[in-house]
Design a protein around this ligand. Structure first.
Ligand SMILES: [Zn+2]
Length: 106
């Protein structure tokens, strides 16, 4: 059997999987993983102690009255930087085109 046959959907895939050892092994792995994940569903993993300070440090200073202000300021800075790069690139391309035309023989 080919790998293509192992990917058949629906009824054809089930019919193929009943005979293909490769598909049966993949199904057994999937069932085993699902069983393992179900057994971990009720497990509560405590957050590391340093997580909260690290997150607070990462998000920076916040204004409780306008919590989005800092994010908006950061985004505006990024857009301004991207705009500056775009304008500089366009100016460089335009300069190159103008120089090329001025060197071309008439
Ligand atoms: Zn197969």
């Amino acid at each position: 059997m080919t790998a293509l046959a192992c990917r058949l959907p629906g009824r054809w895939g089930r019919r193929h999987g009943a005979r293909c050892l490769r598909c049966q092994a993949a199904g057994a792995r999937a069932r085993s993983t699902a069983r393992l994940l179900r057994s971990l569903a009720d497990e509560i993993v405590p957050a590391p102690v340093e997580l909260a300070p690290a997150v607070l440090q990462r998000i920076g200073r916040q204004d409780a009255r306008a919590p989005r202000r800092e994010l908006v300021r950061q985004m505006a800075g990024r857009y301004a930087a991207a705009g500056g790069v775009t304008v500089a690139t366009a100016a460089a391309v335009a300069t190159g085109l103008i120089r090329r035309r001025s060197r071309m023989p008439v």
